[in-house]
Ligand binder design. Structure first.
Ligand code: FES
Ligand SMILES: [Fe+2]
Length: 348
């Protein structure tokens, strides 16, 4: 399974990078990230083109990186500035510089063709600027899984009843059908569970006296960003689908970054419409998310182990697979767009 390169991926939270050389691996490419003296984030290939020492083992010299072996020095654009002991700079002495975009406390990296790296394509949502919403940053969860099964999981509200029984789900939702649609490169899966006791998360934060109406809208923006709009409102209020702001409402954001064919990082965070100044509430919510996402991780990793062996039979297909099927189709379309012409000709 290949990766979609022409998209913005999260390299890390803004707080992760400073005046030091931070190594990362994305799509099997070794990358070093640092900040210039002025504070701008820079990403270069983390390998000296001389003897292949990781540049992250070298030193920051002003805005440039000096290799720790023989001192070849590269600027933010990846051009070689110095070869100690000689005045000519070999034309092959350069490293790739990756386009970065930083906003909302997030550093995004573009893994594809640099001329297509338009910052306007990076994920954003207006609630970040809206005083009725509070953002709260989470963790970088490492999963021993290819990113696509993780992305499938983010088109799949049905699993919540079974995988997250103490936090986000309950048996009350087991048999409620899932709505599913595709809008461009986004898969939207949703359902409402009406007039049921609040699940653990909303018992902890909702202060509800009786039953609630609970919703899940999963927006999976292919290939790598999921926005999960979920919440609860008192059942007696009988709110409409478009009145979700009247309830306790959250957006859980997941930014998937493939590390390799077998590993993914999920940077997750949330925005909420209650406890706007209550950092401690955000931290307690994150504790619940940590429980839930560790449950997802266990599932993803067990499946990946099984997928190392060829399947003995064709998988059973059921109605809730529509969302992941849409996603896989979108990914195939994006991959075909990126495939070199020869590969497309060979396939066709
Ligand atoms: S390996 Fe980097 S300068 Fe020799
Ligand atoms: Fe989950």
């Amino acid at each position: 399974m290949t990766f979609i390169r022409n998209a913005w991926y999260v390299a890390g939270w803004s707080r992760d990078f400073g005046r030091s050389l931070t190594p990362l691996t994305i799509m099997d490419e070794d990358i070093v990230v640092y900040r210039t003296e002025a504070g701008r984030a820079v990403a270069l290939t983390d390998e000296c083109p001389h003897k292949r020492l990781p540049l992250s083992m070298g030193k920051l010299k002003g805005d440039a990186v000096e290799c720790g072996y023989h001192g070849l020095t590269f600027g933010c654009d990846g051009k070689c500035l110095r070869v100690p002991g000689q005045s000519n700079l070999p034309s092959s002495a350069w490293v790739r510089s990756y386009p970065l975009h930083e906003a909302r406390g997030i550093v995004w990296i573009w893994m594809g063709e640099a001329e297509k790296a338009d910052p306007a394509l990076a994920f954003d949502m207006p609630e970040f600027d809206d005083p009725r919403w509070a953002p709260h940053y989470g963790d970088a969860l490492q999963l021993e899984s290819h990113y696509l099964p993780v992305a499938d999981n983010l088109c799949d509200p049905a699993h919540v009843s079974f995988v997250h029984p103490t936090t986000l789900g309950s048996a009350a939702s087991e048999d409620v059908p899932i709505q599913c649609e595709r809008q461009g490169r986004t898969v939207i899966t949703s359902r409402w569970i009406k007039d049921a006791p609040p699940v653990g998360f909303f018992k902890a934060f909702g202060n509800f006296g009786g039953n609630v109406d609970r919703w899940h809208y999963y927006y999976m923006h292919a290939p790598n960003v999921a926005v999960i709009d979920f919440g609860s409102a008192a059942a007696e209020d009988a709110i409409g689908e478009d009145e979700r702001d009247r309830g306790v409402r959250l957006f859980a954001l997941h930014f998937l970054t493939p590390v390799s064919e077998t590993r993914t990082v999920d940077h997750w965070m949330h925005l909420r419409n209650i406890g706007l100044d209550d950092e401690e509430m955000g931290a307690r919510m994150n504790e619940q998310f940590r429980i839930a996402f560790a449950e997802d991780k266990a599932i993803m990793e067990a499946i990946q182990q099984r997928e190392r062996k060829p399947p003995a039979r064709k998988p059973v297909r059921i109605a809730i697979d529509r969302g992941p099927n849409f996603l896989r189709r979108i990914i195939a379309e994006m991959a075909a767009e990126e495939a070199p012409r020869e590969a497309v000709q060979a396939a066709g």
